[in-house]
Design a binder for this molecule. Structure first.
Ligand code: ATP
Ligand code: MG
Ligand code: MG
Length: 550
């Protein structure tokens, strides 16, 4: 990987360390366990963990678990797996905002005691009405000036479960005329009965809001720099208000950066949840999904995702990154590291009529053209081979350099062959070619003529039959759901092509789930966990060249 690039947040943190504002940087990655992580989260993970790692600090993994009805332990575990897979470690145990429920409750009591919070009896709709608009100030709730003692008593009864959902909230008492609507007495606590929280069970029927929980959890953990996406910029005054008005041990600073948006996909957990729930994909780890789990199954490496995050950088400007950026990161990694193999995806049999039936020939071929340390493997040759249907044309288009009737082509690592006869079935379909080798061309140039084309092949007798899954973009358009349309109308219905009966060179027979290869002339492939010893399954990670926008 290239060296870590700087960005405006790194510069702020470095300046704070240089000025002695903090001895050590502490960041956090705060996912809500209501879905699997996606490529956008990878950007946040790379930033938060990457900063801490490179500056000798600490990054906490903290589950933002204040919305229990959408959260569960499967998501908690999947998130941990993905963060670790990306190559990051959090110090000690994973943390949960719910670990702090008792302390947060204490902070709320502190606010009430200072006259800075009150129990409100407006329902959600009334509250919206009272809140005002961007151009009109809000109106004070009729409950805004309750005496402290009454607020304390009511808040205790809320906690004790005496009131139904929605009947009361605890609100901060800030400023109903504030130009920033987030400061117009925001809700701090809601009543939610009957939910079993994955961490705290039924201990609470009061749940703190994100705006209250997040700054105070950061402060409790001694987070120095709380990095979040731009939509929270307007919440920063409230973030600061919370930290200022209760007795927390530290004063974290919120800094916003722009979200990652990627072309031809969606990076919203709600939409990804729908894609899974409605069966548009096979699961969270479907290789077409922009989830970390999907990208892993697709054959992406942690190094490529980290490198991608470095390349896109961290700024405040909203933009949409081309899919080609993501693909070039994995292509570069696999080009450098993936062993080369021959695999025929759409087999056409070739019989070499002048090659002796019982001749045993094993050809040694380098595993990697640019990396000798990868060694070599033996590839058996034989009288019957498979080549790809696309490498033969009975009526060749202009410029076709592969096999044609009467023409010659080189078999990669082996002989030059000439096609002598085309065998067809009753329907006129080409089912076999008969060809002859030039025995003088094993590893040498043919005499007196040029043979331009080189094609890959697999010896029929030793071939391993496999299923190969080819993926296309999940959406037909760069910005699914643009202009208020349903993003689901933009789903590409031909995003998966399954090829069966593909023929692989025998060294691929024992490949283990997760192993990655370049299939020469075809692209980069990874062994899918659906594989069995009898039937390996490969996913195409990416083609050899950028094909976007073509
Ligand atoms: P979504 O909008 O997909 O539901 P979220 O922000 O609600 O995402 P969280 O689980 O709360 O999801 O996200 C955890 C962290 O990851 C947050 O700090 C959030 O800002 C960050 N994050 C989420 N999506 C992106 C993205 N597309 N680009 C960069 N950071 C992101
Ligand atoms: Mg969130
Ligand atoms: Mg969300």
């Amino acid at each position: 990987a290239e060296p870590t690039r700087t960005n405006f947040i790194r510069q702020i943190v470095e300046a704070d360390l240089a000025a002695g504002t903090h001895d050590r940087v502490v960041t956090r990655f705060p996912p809500e366990p209501n879905g699997y992580l996606h490529i956008g989260h990878a950007k946040s993970i790379a930033l938060n963990f990457g900063l801490a790692e490179s500056l000798g600090g600490q990054c906490n993994l903290r589950f933002d678990d204040t919305n229990p009805h959408k959260e569960n332990l499967e998501f908690v575990e999947a998130i941990k797996t993905d963060v670790r897979w990306l190559g990051f470690e959090w110090g000690g145990q994973a943390r949960f905002a719910s670990d702090y429920f008792e302390r947060l409750h204490g902070f709320a009591v502190e606010l009430i005691e200072q006259g800075l919070a009150y129990v409100c009896e407006l329902d959600a709709e009334q509250m919206r009405e009272y809140r005002g608009t961007l151009t009109e100030p809000g109106r004070p709730s009729p409950w805004r000036d309750r005496p402290v003692a009454e607020n304390l008593e009511l808040f205790a009864r809320m906690r004790a479960g005496e009131f139904p959902d929605g009947s009361r909230t605890l609100r901060a008492r800030i400023d109903m005329a504030a130009p920033n609507i987030n400061l117009r007495d925001p809700v701090l606590y809601r009543i939610k009965h009957g939910v079993i929280h994955h961490q705290t069970g039924d201990a609470w029927c009061l749940y703190p809001t994100y705006d209250f929980t997040h700054p105070l959890s950061d402060a409790i953990e001694g987070v120095t720099h709380s990095l979040c996406t731009l939509e929270f910029e307007d919440h920063r005054p409230l973030y600061d208000w919370c930290v200022e008005h209760v007795s927390v041990p530290s004063r974290p600073r919120q800094i916003e950066f722009s979200r990652l948006n990627l072309e031809y996909t969606v990076t919203s957990k709600r939409k990804l949840t729908e894609l899974v729930a409605e069966g548009h994909v096979e699961g969270w780890d479907d290789p077409r999904m922009p989830t970390i789990a999907g990208l892993r199954r697709r054959g992406y490496t942690p190094a490529a995702l980290r490198e991608f995050c470095e390349r896109i950088g961290v700024t405040k400007s909203e933009n949409r990154v081309e899919m080609a950026m993501l693909e070039s990161a994995i292509r570069d990694d696999l080009d450098a590291h993936a062993p080369r193999r021959m695999a025929v995806l759409r087999p056409l049999k070739v019989v070499l009529t002048n090659y002796p039936e019982d001749e045993v020939l094993n050809i040694s071929a380098a595993n990697h053209p640019k990396d000798e340390t990868q060694g070599s493997r033996e590839i058996p040759f034989g009288r019957e081979l498979y080549i790809d249907r696309a490498d033969f044309a009975e009526v060749p288009p202009k410029g076709f350099k592969r096999l044609v009737p009467g023409g010659e082509v080189r078999l990669r690592n082996a002989y030059v062959i000439r096609c002598d006869e085309v065998v067809k079935d009753a329907a006129g379909e080409v089912v076999e070619l008969r060809a002859s080798i030039d025995p003088a061309t094993l590893g040498c140039k043919p005499e007196g003529r040029k043979v331009k084309g080189v094609i890959h092949w697999v010896a029929a007798e030793y071939a391993v039959s496999a299923e190969v899954r080819l993926y296309d973009r999940l959406f037909r358009v760069a910005m699914p759901g643009a202009e208020g349309q349903d993003y689901r109308d933009d789903i590409n219905l031909d995003s998966l092509e399954v090829l069966v009966g593909c023929m692989l060179e025998p060294s691929l027979g024992g490949a283990q789930s997760g192993e990655r290869f370049q299939f020469e002339r075809e692209g980069y492939f990874v062994v899918d966990p659906d594989s069995t010893a009898q039937r390996p399954v490969f996913n195409r990670t990416v083609g050899l060249r950028d094909s976007w926008g073509k």
